[in-house]
Design a protein around this ligand. Structure first.
Ligand code: PHE
Length: 469
């Protein structure tokens, strides 16, 4: 079907694009996964590996998707076939990914909202009690109400459009997020506590993040660090789910893409690092190095307990923290919603308003099923990558299929398309079309043709449990 040619929305300027893309990239992954991995995988050593991968692996994927977007001026469903006829199937696959992610990401967004409200209204001590989080997610109604509010916020932003919605919200929320996280990080460094085990300070906790630890370093541990860093980076940059293609399609032709891509990467990495500076010292001071955990249990169980120990400031500190996480979650979720909505606009010629309402409504229904996975529809499933003792729910299954299976496949296929079918010159031409200097050109070619697809294939085989460490 021919797409309806209406004049395409665009970001007003490169700052708007950078902040919107950084808003998508900076999300729960930066806050609940990065600090945990850094602490687990040798602190400064993990940081170093992560940085090297960011300027090679991450840069390649991000450049590729943004360039495909700006070249095609299409959302993911139709973008690939504009690049090369016959590759529409990849467009379908990369549209399925955000459709799978959006509902469960919003469920988690609802949890963040609940905790923000709890701290704001002074229920911070209750939130620290054992069983508070489990009690909340197993409740039949409350998570659905929170989910509804969260989706509504995202839908209103997307409804308002690219410039007045996405761009203006990103321009306010992202600087605010940065300020809050810097503030909390500084406060976290000043923490100090004395108990039976002696005195622990925030600065000592920072060592878990920055000092390279080669203790017990083996080849196996080395490989695990690289795999962890790669998986984290992949998720953190919001690639392989059509988002960067969609946002790239709103970038004006005279914008310097090379510069913008560098800025997005720097923003994402700085926030991940600051999240480490914020979380690791607090965990270290209040529960010792063993207190570190990842995922929902860090954010909704361990941290509220820590805020409770902070005394008077704990409540405000916690409210600010959850507000910051809420900002991160909203800007990520709205980018996923936009990727889906833009497909309906481009592929079916639907109006933005209609398609936003439709998509948000159907995703809400799917998300309700995800919520019920913790009570009415509870079951116990084991996935290849689940930790012992942890049963996978509907949310984990959707997360596994999208992140561990579909996303690597989409990115491998994209690398084959760009590296081997249309050739890397395709992307190079797009990013240098105003005479920009593309410093890492040679690197880009080698990465997109060989290194990135091979690394992603390894990641995929690990997800399937075919390669085991
Ligand atoms: N990149 C986001 C993060 O680091 C996660 C995300 C996932 C964003 C899916 C958009 C879509 O948390």
């Amino acid at each position: 079907m021919e797409q309806k040619q209406t004049s395409r929305a665009s970001f007003g300027g490169s700052i708007g694009f950078v902040l919107a893309a950084a808003g998508s990239a900076v999300g729960l992954g930066n806050i609940w996964r990065f600090p945990y991995l850094a602490a687990k995988d040798g602190g400064g050593f993990f940081l170093l590996v992560y940085l090297v991968l960011a300027i090679t692996f991450g840069f390649t994927l991000l450049t590729t998707e943004v360039a495909i977007g700006r070249f095609s001026k299409q959302s993911p469903r139709t973008a690939y076939s504009k690049v090369k006829k016959g590759w529409g199937g990849l467009g379908i696959l990369s549209t399925i990914v955000p459709i799978m992610i959006f509902p469960y990401y919003c469920v988690i967004g609802g949890w963040v909202l609940k905790f923000f409200i709890a701290f704001l209204t002074g229920h911070n001590l209750e939130a620290a009690e054992d069983g508070y989080f489990t009690g909340f997610i197993t409740d039949q109604y409350e998570p659905i109400i929170m989910l509804f509010v969260f989706i509504l916020i995202c839908a209103v932003i997307i409804f308002m459009g690219v410039t007045s919605g996405i761009e203006s919200v990103s321009k306010i929320v992202m600087p605010a997020l940065l300020l809050i996280i810097i503030g909390i990080a500084i406060y976290s460094l000043t923490l100090k506590r004395t108990d039976a085990d002696g005195t622990r300070t925030g600065l000592e906790g920072l060592k878990m993040l920055v000092v390279p630890s080669f203790e017990g370093m083996t080849l196996k541990k080395f490989c695990i660090t690289i795999i962890d860093a790669m998986g984290q980076l992949f998720y953190s940059l919001s690639v392989a789910m059509g988002i960067m293609i969609t946002y790239g399609s709103y970038v004006k032709d005279d914008n310097n893409l090379v510069k913008s891509i560098n800025q997005i990467e720097i923003f994402d990495t700085v926030v991940a690092f600051l999240a480490g500076v914020m979380i690791l010292p607090s965990i270290y001071v209040f529960s010792g190095p063993e207190g570190m955990s990842a995922g929902a249990s860090l954010m909704f169980v361990a941290l509220p307990k820590i805020f409770a120990q902070m005394g008077f400031f704990g409540r405000y500190f916690g409210a600010l923290f959850f507000l910051m996480v809420l900002f991160a979650a909203i800007t990520s979720a709205m980018s996923i919603l936009e990727a889906i909505v833009s497909v309906f606009i481009d592929r079916f010629g639907m109006s933005r308003r209609r398609s936003t309402v439709l998509v948000a409504f159907f995703c809400f229904l799917i998300a309700v099923v995800v919520c019920l996975g913790y009570n009415k529809l509870y079951f116990e499933a084991i996935l290849p990558n689940t930790e012992p003792g942890h049963n996978a729910q509907i949310l984990d299954i959707m997360d596994y299929i999208s992140n561990n299976v579909l996303m690597p496949i989409v990115s491998i296929a994209t690398c084959i398309l760009i590296g081997w079918v249309v050739k890397p010159e395709f992307v190079i031409k797009e990013v240098t079309k105003n005479g920009e200097k593309f410093g890492r050109k040679g690197l880009y070619i080698v990465m997109v043709k060989f290194v990135v697809p091979v690394l992603l294939l390894i990641l995929l085989l690990i997800s399937f449990g075919i390669i085991k460490f």
